[in-house]
Design a protein around this ligand. Structure first.
Ligand code: SAH
Length: 573
């Protein structure tokens, strides 16, 4: 059956879309209904109709879902910031887990996903350490503050958002009272007139330090001292600032900040690491869950203290410093220069000398550094923005062959796409753990562990080591039998080398590379000779007989150079 605009349909909500909207069917016609949750039976009005599907507006909940809960915030529906507040938290976590699983299956083509239990919060409210409240006027001319209604710029008056800290309300009450007393006008986007644009509040969850920053369309605020006095009555206040933004655009913060009172930053901690956070700094908004997210990334990195690690898309170095606690060396890359400045300061603040930071695009810095130094990495961590990793970066990761890749993602669709690329080229999906960084919203963060896929036959189990002994003794007797001949031996030495920590490319891969790049055929014996020359261990079992007469062919120079190039290519030297 086809429906048209303004038709009324009754349907049972069976599924949930990626933006949290309810999905149901009326006579085979799929309808997406915002604010309806799985299990509801609803009446909806079709607002937009295509051939087989349409978008409906919730008119009435005929039978509420057993998983429906009363939203904590009375503005939940208008505001649109919390798409899932009407769904029980348990069901929210189920929804997020299945969203990740669905993407990995459909986009990534994975089956048997090694999914760990989602890390949810015990108290899924009041978790945000940062809030930016727009200031404006109501229709009757009162100064108001709150949040923009979903996709609009009209302010819904609310000083007490359920996701923010409880101190927000008191700050906003005092700021508005100050504006009324000094007759300060809020900024008007349409005319570009008025002074106060936004109030930014940042709160350190582990230090109880609070910063209040007024974003103003001018240089000075009337009665600054009085405002400071008022805000300082809130015990957690350590910093009062203004940020100047005179531009007529939607960007909230301007570049210039001025300190009115206290210190120009707050300090907060994630795990054992302290960070200084200024008004302009990027910092994760849910510090409790961030600690758990980074803890998971650290767990997956499996560091023992000897590893070289890259942290790509490192922001202010939050993950880098977490990793630096357990790695030999961590190198971070981030595109925003100011964030790298912060990263260096934070490394200093916490006394980490084993970190190095680069400004630039991950997809440019990593290949450049790899080409320059040839140094391999044991672990590469990526935490890209929603669009995921650039393909050049993924192909460099494949070239560098780290033992493990830890992928931290805020978008499971691009995550699935990138994992598919890596797993088609030698990596294996080992673990997936969704983390609920933003309860009551549809966002979900995911941490994934990939390891290099090693064919079981190259693992040194008991049977394998016996085989090696046999091969080694065969080799010995072969050489002993024909002492005067030059013999080309081409045993599969991979197994012999499998004990070596330095095994990065198989002999076959090196042979293939040399053939492809130099048109030369090389034997495993030659490869092992060159490896030895380069100081790479070639396995204890590979002991050539010391028979004086045995003439073992020596690798010619041309082939030696080609093999060295291959070893370089595989980052083994
Ligand atoms: N890992 C950090 C930040 C992750 S957010 C943390 O946990 O705090 C993603 C970061 O990637 C942002 O800081 C963004 O500025 C940066 N970024 C975006 N594109 C990039 C690119 N091509 N190369 C490097 N960094 C990039």
């Amino acid at each position: 059956m086809e429906y048209r605009k303004n038709d009324i349909v009754t349907l049972k909500i069976e599924d949930c879309g990626i933006d949290g909207e309810g999905i149901g069917k009326a006579d085979g016609f799929t309808v997406f209904v915002k604010d309806a949750v799985i299990g509801d039976t609803v009446r909806a009005k079709i607002m937009k109709a295509k051939k087989n599907y349409g978008y409906g507006r919730l008119e009435e909940i005929i039978t509420p879902s057993p998983d429906r809960v009363e939203p904590k915030c009375q503005f939940a529906r208008q505001c649109g910031g919390c798409q899932l507040q009407a769904l029980s938290y348990e069901k929210q976590l189920e929804f997020k887990t299945s969203k990740v699983r669905g993407h990995l299956e459909r986009i990534g083509g994975f089956t048997d996903i090694p999914m760990e239990k989602i890390l949810g919060m015990e108290q899924p409210f009041h978790y945000r350490n940062k809030a930016q409240f727009p200031v404006g006027k109501s229709k009757d001319g009162r100064i108001i503050t709150g949040f923009y209604a979903g996709r609009t710029h009209s302010i819904i008056e609310n000083r007490d958002c359920a996701l923010g800290v409880t101190q927000n309300k008191e700050v906003l009450d005092r700021v508005i009272a100050h504006m009324e007393k000094f007759n300060i006008q809020p900024y008007d986007e349409n005319t570009g007139k008025g002074l106060v644009r936004h109030v930014l509040i940042r709160y350190g969850f582990f230090t109880d330090e609070m910063m209040v920053c007024l974003i103003i369309n001018g240089e000075k605020l009337p009665g600054e001292e009085a405002l400071v006095k008022s805000l300082c009555q809130i015990p957690e206040t350590v910093s009062v600032m203004v940020n100047v933004n005179k531009k007529r655009n939607n960007v909230i913060l301007g570049e210039k900040v001025r300190l009115l009172w206290g210190q120009p930053y707050i300090t907060d901690k994630i795990g054992e690491i302290s960070y200084q956070i200024s008004p302009l700094s990027f910092f994760q908004v849910n510090p409790y869950q961030t600690g758990r997210l980074y803890g998971k990334a650290l767990e997956y990195a499996q560091l023992s203290g000897n590893e070289t690690v890259w942290d790509l898309y490192c922001g202010i170095g939050t993950i880098s410093l977490f990793l630096a606690q357990k790695a030999k060396m961590v190198r971070g890359v981030e595109i925003i220069p100011a964030a790298i400045e912060n990263a260096k300061e934070n490394a200093c603040l916490n006394g980490f000398a084993n970190t190095e930071f680069f400004v630039g695009k991950a997809e440019e810095v990593l290949p450049e550094q790899f080409a320059r130094t040839g140094e391999r990495a044991d672990v590469i961590v990526v935490d890209p923005p929603r669009k995921g990793c650039d393909e050049t970066l993924l192909s460099t990761i494949i070239e560098m062959q780290p033992d493990r890749v830890v992928y931290v993602s805020c978008d499971s669709a691009t995550l699935a796409r990138d994992l598919k690329y890596l797993c088609e080229r030698g990596y294996e999906l080992k673990k997936v753990c969704p983390v609920d960084m933003f309860p009551n919203t549809v966002s979900v963060e995911t941490v994934v562990l990939l390891s290099q896929y090693r064919d079981k036959s190259t693992c040194l189990d008991e049977r394998g080591s016996r085989q090696i002994e046999m091969q080694a003794s065969r080799l010995a007797s072969l050489l002993a039998q024909k002492p005067d001949d030059t013999i080309e031996i081409d045993l599969d030495l991979d197994e012999l080398d499998a004990t070596s920590a330095e095994l990065k490319a198989t002999y076959q891969e090196i042979k293939d590379y040399v053939l492809k790049e130099f048109g030369l055929k090389v034997s495993s014996l030659y490869i092992s000779q060159v490896k030895r020359k380069c100081g790479i261990e070639v396995g204890e079992n590979y002991n050539l007989p010391k028979s004086e007469n045995a003439r073992v062919p020596q690798c010619p120079k041309e082939k030696e150079d080609a093999i060295k190039a291959a070893l370089k290519y595989y980052a083994m030297i």
